[in-house]
Design a protein around this ligand. Structure first.
Ligand SMILES: NC(=O)c1ccc[n+]([C@@H]2O[C@H](COP(=O)([O-])OP(=O)(O)OC[C@H]3O[C@@H](n4cnc5c(N)ncnc54)[C@H](O)[C@@H]3O)[C@@H](O)[C@H]2O)c1
Length: 337
């Protein structure tokens, strides 16, 4: 991939996926600018970009205030647009907050981008959540859209802004519809960030793994390095054959099996099952598996990291960096020892 000296703008670059992308892009020689206003309750963590602290430019601004950095947008060769809120539960509790973060801020941002950098390649972090309860598996890009929560509705609106502006010739947009992503640099201290973040937190703390329901629902979790590779390929391909790609993990596994793997990786933790709360049941989508054959065919991407390897690599990272991801737990341990 040709990222050497390429000017790359990453929104949400202090968060989980965005920071991993920023670090990889910088390693490929890109000139990286991050825009992230560290929204409370999202995954921003300044330590996430520690490896590129001196190399990347960081703007602590809301993407909705894009007029203030229109000059930087104008000189960007690729924009990776990852700013957003991922919590489905939060979106149901605070729908207007989710609308503000996932839709209105995007609308304001894109309105500046299309003026400042007409035709620029922009790769948006979409979500599989827009499909809702799957009508068939694995889910391809032609699956009907029927989100079960406000997050899915709002992310879909932002997706359509990108695609509409691309159709009008204002932007060169690609949308990656991501499945559950996991790995280093997740905000483990925040609850409601999905079951993989909870499992990793429990693995680090040596606590038992809890499964909601009977654990038979399938999930094709995606290691963050694989997700980053998909963004980089979509950002670099001179002419994208399509503008929407489903991006999923290497295998769809029952959640009970993922829990078992997490428990083993964590050193033999107990696994217990409990019923869904009514709040969670309401937004549960049952089983999900991605059909990622389009991105494989057109961009040559396929996920490489197995769940077992990904969990081990994640645990190793968090054990080493615990103080930056679970500070309270780290200080408790320090006091005890
Ligand atoms: N993590 C997943 O499993 C997953 C799955 C599907 C889609 N996605 C999408 O990928 C993107 C990144 O997810 P993540 O897991 O890294 O989340 P994250 O919460 O770790 O990172 C998102 C970052 O965006 C920033 N942000 C939010 N609104 C902003 C705004 N208006 N202006 C500037 N910065 C803003 C936050 O401060 C945060 O640092 C999101 O758009 C999310 O919807 C993630």
């Amino acid at each position: 991939m040709s990222y050497r000296r390429k000017k790359v703008l990453i929104t949400g670059g202090l968060g989980f996926i965005g920071s991993n992308l920023a670090i990889r892009a910088a390693a490929l020689g890109a000139d990286v600018t991050i825009v992230d206003c560290s929204v409370e309750g999202c995954g921003a963590n300044p330590h996430n970009i520690a490896p590129i602290r001196d190399a990347a430019r960081v703007l602590a601004l809301d993407i909705g205030q894009a007029a203030y950095f229109a000059d930087l947008i104008a000189e960007s060769e690729v924009i990776f647009n990852l700013a957003g809120e991922i919590s489905h539960l939060h979106s149901m509790r605070f729908p207007e907050r989710d609308l503000e973060i996932n839709t209105l801020a995007q609308l304001r941002f894109l309105n500046v981008v299309r003026e400042a950098a007409p035709g620029v390649r922009i790769v948006y972090a979409g979500t599989r959540q827009i499909y809702g309860v799957p009508e068939y598996l694995p889910v391809d890009e032609l699956h009907p859209v029927n989100p079960v929560d406000f997050n899915g509705v709002h992310k879909y609106a932002a997706t359509m802004y990108h695609l509409m502006l691309a159709r009008m010739g204002c932007l060169d947009a690609a949308v990656l519809r991501l499945t559950n992503v996991y790995g280093p640099r997740m905000a483990l201290h925040i609850t409601s960030q999905g079951f993989l973040s909870t499992y990793l937190r429990r693995m680090v703390l040596g606590e038992g793994i809890e499964v909601f329901g009977d654990g038979s629902q399938l999930r094709d979790a995606l290691f963050v390095d694989d997700a980053v590779e998909a963004f980089l390929l979509a950002g670099d391909c001179p002419r994208l054959p399509s503008n929407t790609y489903n991006v999923g993990g290497p295998a769809a596994l029952p959640i009970a099996e993922i829990a078992q793997l997490a428990a083993e990786t964590g050193g033999g933790l107990p696994v217990t099952f409990r019923p869904f709360s009514p709040e969670l049941k309401q937004i549960d989508i049952g089983s999900y598996a991605t059909n990622w054959s389009r991105i494989e065919r057109e961009l040559g991407w396929r996920p490489a990291v197995t769940m077992r390897d990904g969990l081990a690599r994640s645990l190793e990272f968090y054990q080493r960096e615990r103080v930056h991801y679970l500070p309270a737990a780290a200080s408790r341990l320090a006091t005890a020892s």
